[in-house]
Design a protein around this ligand. Structure first.
Ligand SMILES: Cc1cc2nc3c(=O)[nH]c(=O)nc-3n(C[C@H](O)[C@H](O)[C@H](O)COP(=O)(O)OP(=O)(O)OC[C@H]3O[C@@H](n4cnc5c(N)ncnc54)[C@H](O)[C@@H]3O)c2cc1C
Length: 389
């Protein structure tokens, strides 16, 4: 067996501060609180970030080979489907992931064959079958995930969280004092940064999530009965008849002003999916910022104690293949749960379970190695190997 460079943290805690009440923060608060941990969820304006969209689809895009990233997203998707099926904000309309072009169709077909899931989980549909499921004309073949669907995201994050103490405060200061942390001067056993790109203010240099601006358009009118996507996506209508489509994708842009050019982009994106443009209702679009990590896997877990790690792993600077005699295990009392990119609905339930495991030792409903692939320490190790810190 290959020796690991680092081990998972284990940080007992009774009282935890969670910064940010979007999908990541609320999932974490609910899971930890259910396990008996006192959770204080700080956010002056919950659902004001990317999780404030009216609708979002539960998306999954596995790869042909079972890479760690592909396994993470698929296992996260299965957990999310199971958990959301109990929530009134979730609509299990099914999800059609259709091909963007011929090469993509071939790839999707191979993924379908490789996954070999039962028909109640995944089906291959041609354009006619997809159109019949969606009850609107769709142009291409692809994957049909019957258990997926769309979430009323904003309502979901604003729901009451049993046992969680909501604090309408902005976290301005985090100071680590021995085995505890002061958050805005109040003492906690642990702090969990779930405030997406805004976490940057509290992050070490080797962690550098990127902002990716996105705008979603809204329309009242004919909409599919199942969520449908190719490069862009179109949701079924909500209870008031509004459907959402988009979404623009502008890397390294952290402005959430509304832009006509983004609406035009969304408008033309629909051509590939339904064969014609859709014109969103003026003034009802919403722009916000995704927080993306460099390897498109979220950053979930305790931050390593950089001083100890840089000392213990200094040989990596000259030999990237070197392994320490003993795996590194010194962690701070600051955890992160960020970098959920364009798929926070999918990743945040599993991310919350990974954090729970690091605090209580409860097993994660995923392959044993999955937590290590999202551990933020991977970026410290990478930076050392590249001599960047
Ligand atoms: C246009 C668009 C469309 C999308 N569509 C989908 C989709 O269909 N399906 C999907 O799965 N994902 C989708 N996403 C991505 C998804 O919205 C995100 O992955 C998810 O919302 C991220 O959640 P979060 O909790 O990490 O961050 P956020 O929702 O951004 O929450 C961060 C919170 O932190 C708070 N905060 C910031 N600083 C502080 C502080 N100092 N103290 C206290 N609180 C603070 C903010 O007020 C905010 O509420 C989309 C994103 C965009 C932009």
């Amino acid at each position: 067996m290959v020796k690991p460079v680092f081990e998972a943290p284990r940080l007992l805690a009774n009282k935890v501060a969670i910064v940010g009440a979007g999908l990541a923060g609320t999932a974490t608060a609910q899971v930890l609180s259910t396990a008996g941990i006192e959770c204080h969820l700080f956010d002056p304006e919950p659902a004001s970030g990317a999780s404030g969209n009216a609708q979002g689809m539960l998306y999954v895009a596995p790869q042909i080979d079972p890479t760690p990233a592909s396994r993470f997203w698929l296992q996260a998707f299965d957990l999310a489907c199971e958990q959301y099926s109990k929530r009134p904000e979730f609509h299990a309309s099914g999800l059609l992931c259709l091909a963007e072009d011929d090469a993509h169709e071939t790839r999707l077909r191979r993924i379908y064959e490789r996954l070999a899931r039962s028909a109640s989980d995944l089906a291959w549909v041609n354009a006619d079958e997809a159109s019949s499921i969606a009850q609107i004309p769709l142009l291409r073949s692809g994957l049909y995930w019957p258990k997926s669907g769309w979430m009323a995201v904003r309502n979901f994050v604003l729901r009451e969280l049993e046992g969680v103490i909501r604090r309408a405060e902005r976290v301005e200061q985090i100071v680590e004092v021995g085995e505890q942390v002061k958050v805005n001067q109040e003492t906690f056993d642990l702090v969990i940064l779930s405030n997406a790109y805004s976490a940057q203010a509290f992050l070490p240099v080797y962690l550098s999530p990127k902002p990716v601006r996105g705008q979603i358009s809204r329309i009242k009118g004919p909409s599919p009965k199942a969520a449908a996507c190719a490069e862009g996506y179109l949701t079924p209508a909500d209870s008031e008849g509004w459907a959402s489509f988009g979404a623009s994708f502008v890397p390294n842009d952290a402005d959430s002003d509304l832009r006509a050019e983004d609406d035009r982009f969304n408008q033309t994106l629909m051509t590939q999916l339904i064969g014609h443009e859709l014109c969103g209702q003026a003034g009802l679009s919403r722009a916000s910022i995704r927080c993306a990590s460099p390897d498109y896997l979220p950053m979930v877990g305790a931050l390593p104690n950089a001083e100890i790690w840089m000392d213990g792993l200094s040989k990596l600077r000259t030999d990237a293949k070197w392994k320490p005699a003993r795996a590194m295990c010194a962690y701070r009392r600051v955890m992160v749960n960020i970098g959920h990119g364009s798929r926070g609905l999918t990743s945040t339930p599993l991310a919350a379970r990974i954090l729970l495991q690091q605090i209580t030792g409860q097993p994660v409903p995923a392959d044993d190695d999955i937590p290590s692939h999202v551990n933020p320490a991977r970026f410290l190790v990478r930076a050392l190997k590249r001599n960047q810190i």
